[in-house]
Design a protein around this ligand. Structure first.
Ligand code: NAP
Length: 485
């Protein structure tokens, strides 16, 4: 954080499609507010992919971000046929911006079915883990797998950040939304860690809510929520919903926060059909810029811009996405001029929250974050591809394991026990999991023993993946299959 008068260099990425227009509007308004920002322009996205940079993010942009540690970014397009990864995701992951903060607040003159209910909530989404790590494999030609990795360290960082964010904005409650009732180890770890961290913030109300009910409640009574913290995919979906509650993508800002770097951008994309037409709404990028100013410590200028936006919207001046055609909508440039002309004015009816600096959580950088007192390997899950039916595959694996010191506990198909048969009707695919336990009750299985199990199975069946079955501090570190006793 810098003092309110020091000049700060920020990397600016104009982006693709409507990006440059939104970013230009934001830069003009920030300059007019008097915030002493010096922009260092660099590029990422479509133009960079077309130059043959596979990641869409060139080295000069990466170097600039390492130096400035703060980015204002227009939306980036991933052109079809260039690379597989999104340049947006690359940027978030390159700089470990582990938190995505997405506020949704009712605004004057933006009429929605919820107008008048005072929606003012913030989704704090974990931004680098979960299914969006994008670790996917085809285990067989017909069965795909995506790994959902959730770390205790990641859960602790995002939970702390949610509480610190609540404190920085004077908010009263933090809800943790997960699917821990089904995914007890991954989403469950998120819930348990949140509940531990919550004890350190007795000034803020905290509670857990199951994600599906959370979405139900968001549509039914959104004004009940203040801060919602959640895992990556849940948060991605939920925050589009919350944007829609208050008027849609034109008004949805976001901040990607990490320990070292912060990236500020709208939730929306590059809307290419509107590029260069002077019709789009720059408010989402502008409000992202306001979040950036607060991050840099320029609270006065941030408040002035937010007030100017409120006054402008109150006076009915807005772009085509809200007013439609032939109804006095302003162009992007004219709307920007209107906001600038309202700098220094305060809305009589609409207030701006008081903000304090956000205290970033300090969590150990040591990769080893959790050290159990005891640990033991008790068996192995062998995932395999087989055209057989369970009643043929099961006895075959049992025979192969004879004399190995391991016993087949069960065979499962997509999580459900199919051998020994349990009376269930399961439409099997060619991807099975053989759960093999050491016969000796207190065994601590070695890697050589696991390789022996795999090699035995491989003599007759094609294995695709193995997973150790472990116990940490005497607690089973794997879930049971459906139907497993
Ligand atoms: P989009 O660019 O967000 O546009 C979807 C629609 O939202 C537009 O057609 C328009 O609606 C409306 N809209 C979005 N921003 C607006 C604004 N500032 N003012 C007025 N209306 C706005 O989503 P998309 O078409 O799915 O994606 C286009 C490209 O953007 C894709 O390449 C995608 O990968 C990329 N993308 C990038 C980011 C990012 O950089 N963070 C995020 C999302 C998508 P109407 O058609 O109803 O007028």
């Amino acid at each position: 954080m810098s003092s309110a008068t020091a000049k700060k260099v920020v990397t600016v990425i104009p982006g693709d499609g409507i990006g440059p227009e939104c970013v230009d509007a934001t830069k003009r308004i920030i300059a007019a507010s008097g915030a002493p920002i010096e922009w260092e322009e660099h590029h990422a996205g479509a133009s960079v992919f077309r130059q043959g940079v596979a990641s869409g993010v060139p080295m000069d942009t990466i170097e600039s971000i390492h130096k400035t540690r703060c980015v204002l970014k227009g939306p980036l397009e991933t052109p079809v046929g260039f690379g597989e990864k999104s340049a947006n995701v690359t940027l978030r992951k390159l700089f470990e911006t582990y938190a995505n903060i997405r506020p949704a607040r009712e605004l004057p003159g933006i009429t929605t079915p919820y107008s008048g209910r005072g929606i003012d909530l913030v989704v704090v989404r974990e931004n680098v883990e979960d299914l969006y790590a994008g670790i996917e494999h085809m285990q067989t030609p017909g069965v795909a797998q995506c790994l959902k990795l959730i770390s205790r360290k990641g859960c602790e960082k995002i939970s702390r950040l949610a509480f610190e964010f609540a404190r920085s904005e004077g908010r009263k409650s933090v809800a943790c939304a997960t699917k821990s009732n089904i995914m007890k180890l991954t989403e469950g770890m998120f819930k348990r860690t949140f509940e531990e961290v919550a004890k350190e913030y007795p000034d803020i109300e905290s509670y857990h809510i199951i994600i599906d009910n959370c979405c139900h409640q968001l549509v039914k009574k959104p004004e009940q929520f203040d801060v919602i913290v959640t895992t990556n995919m849940n948060g991605d979906i939920m925050s589009d919903l919350t944007s829609a509650l208050v008027g849609g993508l034109g008004f949805a800002p976001s901040a990607n926060i990490g320990n070292d770097v912060a990236i500020f951008e709208a939730v929306h994309g590059s809307a290419p059909k509107y590029a260069g037409k002077n019709v789009i709404n720059p408010t989402a990028v502008l409000l992202s810029g306001v979040m950036m100013l607060r991050h840099l410590g320029y609270f006065t200028q941030a408040d002035a811009i937010e007030h100017a936006v409120l006054v402008t919207l109150e006076s009915g001046k807005i772009t085509r996405d809200i007013k439609g055609d032939n109804n006095g909508a302003l162009g992007t440039v004219e709307y920007t001029d209107a906001v600038i002309s309202n700098l220094g004015k305060l809305s009589a009816k609409w207030s701006v929250r008081e903000h304090k600096p956000l205290k970033l959580p300090q969590v150990s950088k040591n990769p080893v974050f959790v050290t159990p007192k005891t640990r033991r390997v008790v068996g192995v899950d062998v995932f395999m591809e087989s055209p057989l039916f369970p009643e043929q595959l099961g006895p075959s694996v049992e025979t192969l394991l004879e004399g190995s010191g391991f016993k087949l506990k069960l065979i499962a198909n997509r999580g459900t026990r199919v051998y020994p048969a349990g009376g269930n009707i399961t439409d099997c695919n060619d991807q099975y999991r053989a759960r093999c336990f050491a016969v000796a009750p207190d065994a601590n299985v070695t890697d050589a023993q696991i390789m022996d199990v795999v090699n035995r199975i491989a003599t007759k069946h094609s294995w695709a993946h193995i997973e150790k079955l472990q116990e940490f501090d005497g607690v089973m570190a794997f879930t049971k299959a459906q139907g497993e006793d």
